[in-house]
Design a protein around this ligand. Structure first.
Ligand code: CA
Length: 226
């Protein structure tokens, strides 16, 4: 069993590594947010123990990015006392459990065992509307069971729309969250419209029920309409 421990407190990280290794786990330690972020996205682990307060990138940021990219490894969060808000945000973001520092070592081991028994929960790995389904991990999109051939960008746009069902997604949102354009020095509106048009052709053209709707003057939304 491979454990990734993202913890910047050297003494604690060292003690946990020693203890967990003695129990038979293979423990990799990342000592900063950046290092942890890198590890999460390069190697598979069975469980991730994630400190919230980290230099570089916060634990919550790492958690959000990993869940957004479909990584469902169980996460046990370590939070400081009196940070209820962090705990709530962590659980909302997709943490599976948390421990408040300082904690008893035995408690940690018990939580790890429980999470490993439970296995990876199904957190956003599959997104769907009507008969359109997206498997985020395998990067497969089907409609009525028929695979659709989307480019990487079209896939990201559709994923974003699926994650925001019930809302209208504006061009600003797509620009910021899919194209990652922080400032709007380069207006992307035309580029976005071209991609949306192609995506619409691929997901809707051959089907009677149309899913990708334009909300005039606002943006786009997914809704089944005949
Ligand atoms: Ca810390």
């Amino acid at each position: 069993m491979q454990i990734l421990l993202i913890e910047d407190e050297q003494k604690l990280a060292g003690a946990l590594r020693e203890g967990l290794s003695a129990e038979g786990y293979t423990v990799r330690v990342a000592r900063s947010g950046e290092e942890g972020f890198y590890q999460v996205h390069t190697e598979p682990f069975d469980i991730i123990i994630l400190d919230v307060m980290l230099p570089g990138r916060s634990g919550l940021e790492i958690l959000k990015t990993m869940r957004d990219s479909g990584i469902r490894t169980p996460v046990l969060m370590l939070t400081a006392r009196d940070t209820t808000e962090d705990r709530v945000r962590g659980l909302d973001t997709g943490a599976d459990d948390y421990l408040v520092k300082p904690f008893a070592y035995n408690e940690l081991v018990a939580r790890i065992r429980a999470l490993l028994r439970r296995g990876a929960p199904d957190l956003g790995a599959r997104l769907a509307i009507s008969d359109l389904e997206m498997d985020v991990v395998r990067h497969v999109v089907t409609r009525s069971g028929k695979p659709l051939d989307l480019t990487a960008r079209e896939f990201e746009i559709l994923k974003y729309l699926l994650q925001n069902q019930g809302k209208v997604v504006s061009r600003e949102m797509l620009s910021r969250d899919v194209w990652k354009e922080v400032s709007r020095h380069t207006p992307l509106d035309n580029v976005i419209d071209v991609h949306i048009a192609r995506l619409r052709r691929k997901i809707d053209q051959q089907f009677e029920v149309k899913l990708l709707q334009t909300v005039r003057g606002v943006g786009f939304t997914l809704r089944a309409e005949t």
